[in-house]
Design a protein around this ligand. Structure first.
Ligand SMILES: Cc1cc2nc3c(=O)[nH]c(=O)nc-3n(C[C@H](O)[C@H](O)[C@H](O)COP(=O)(O)O)c2cc1C
Length: 355
């Protein structure tokens, strides 16, 4: 009961903030922009921190053995937050609610402003709330990020934490990786890396997906520096034969994961939206409509020896089960967490009961 109540409360507050912000923007003749709503949510979450222990107590599910071991990484359960968020309070909240682990948002080597706003909007696809984003990987840059993470409460949870790495070329990826690695090489914490080679919202976010030799060279080099698990995050927009060729190459390296996948590119026009809804006139669509393609990718990647993370459209206990049944070791969730973080205990409760 508490999980549903908290869920309704969260969605209700979010709805009210959205209406207030959108109305204010309309009055000053500015277009809708979901980013303001997300940022207000971060502030409210921080203010509500003293209540977290009570929320945790009221929403926790019975301890059960749902642990997933991938190489030396031990995930308490198969739910992970996909790389989409850098707000430490929010990530901590996901961990409080019981998520098994997850990946910090993609960082580039230098601080980046990302694309002009508006670059994040809510859209209904087949009557299901979904998101379109063209953020363009804004962030503080690798150096500031790693310092912030290492001094944060995130590490108290001792759950696997990924660092997602982006770049405009392999040298960018290498530099970001080295910045992280120089800080964590002597640490025992279960960190892992994720190469985001599938971002549809920067001009060269998919440069390595199109150049297997360069990606292979990069992996070879990273392996000389680290024994930590490396995940490669692929795009659902790539053709099946390209994905299998990529998986074939990636799985030749030790301790690799394939994360399938990222958002799928859609223009505003394709979605029946005005072009100015998103400043780049299109972006990465995410949410439940991605699930059929994610399941298709699980079937395609089953034959490879690397563990697979199913990311894209996971929003319920049924969708988690479907992904695991098709061979995924973990699931990655983004949009459903934006809509309501209480899906974590909701899924875990049903999942634990059925196990
Ligand atoms: C607002 C937003 C920001 C995102 N930022 C990143 C990112 O920085 N790096 C990345 O690899 N994927 C990013 N993604 C993609 C998600 O990690 C995920 O792969 C995608 O949204 C599909 O999962 P979903 O249907 O559960 O949202 C982002 C998605 C959203 C909605």
């Amino acid at each position: 009961m508490w999980i549903n109540l908290f869920g309704y409360w969260y969605k209700g507050i979010r709805y009210v903030i959205k209406i207030l912000i959108f109305t204010a923007r309309k009055i000053v003749l500015k277009p809708k922009d979901l980013e303001g709503v997300v940022k207000s949510g971060h502030i409210l979450l921080k203010l509500s921190k003293p209540t977290w222990p009570i929320i945790k107590q009221l929403t926790r599910s019975k301890k059960a053995n749902n642990q997933v071991e991938i190489y030396d990484l031990k995930f308490e359960n198969p739910l992970t937050f996909a790389a989409y968020e850098s707000n430490i309070d929010l990530l901590s909240f996901f961990l409080e609610l019981g998520i098994g682990g997850g990946c910090y948002k993609t960082m580039m080597i230098q601080p980046r402003a990302g694309n002009p706003r508006p670059r994040l909007q809510e859209v209904m696809i087949d009557n299901q709330p979904s998101l379109i984003n063209a953020l363009g990987l804004p962030g503080k840059g690798a150096k500031e990020t790693i310092k912030q993470i290492l001094s944060s409460s995130l590490l108290t949870y001792q759950r696997p934490l990924g660092f997602s790495i982006g770049g405009d070329n392999s040298d960018d990826y290498r530099q970001t990786f080295m910045t992280y690695e120089n800080h964590i090489k002597d640490m025992k914490y279960p960190f892992y890396y994720e190469l985001n080679i599938s971002c549809p919202n920067t001009d060269s976010g998919q440069c390595l997906a199109d150049n297997h030799n360069e990606l292979s060279g990069l992996l070879k080099e990273l392996r000389t520096h680290t024994n930590r698990v490396i995940s490669v995050k692929i795009s659902p927009d790539q053709a099946n034969h390209e994905i299998t060729a990529l998986a074939d190459m990636v799985c030749q390296y030790d301790r690799m994961i394939i994360n399938a996948g990222n958002t799928t590119y859609r223009s505003c026009v394709e979605l029946g939206l005005n072009n100015n809804t998103i400043s780049r006139e299109g972006g990465g669509l995410s949410g439940p409509s991605l699930l059929p393609r994610t399941l298709e990718l699980m079937r395609l990647l089953k034959e490879f020896k690397c563990p697979i993370i199913a990311t894209g459209g996971v929003h319920s206990e049924a969708s988690v089960r479907a992904c695991l049944a098709e061979g995924a070791s973990l699931v990655g969730i983004a949009t459903a967490l934006v809509m309501n973080p209480f899906i974590i205990p909701k899924i875990l409760k049903t999942y634990v009961h059925r196990c």
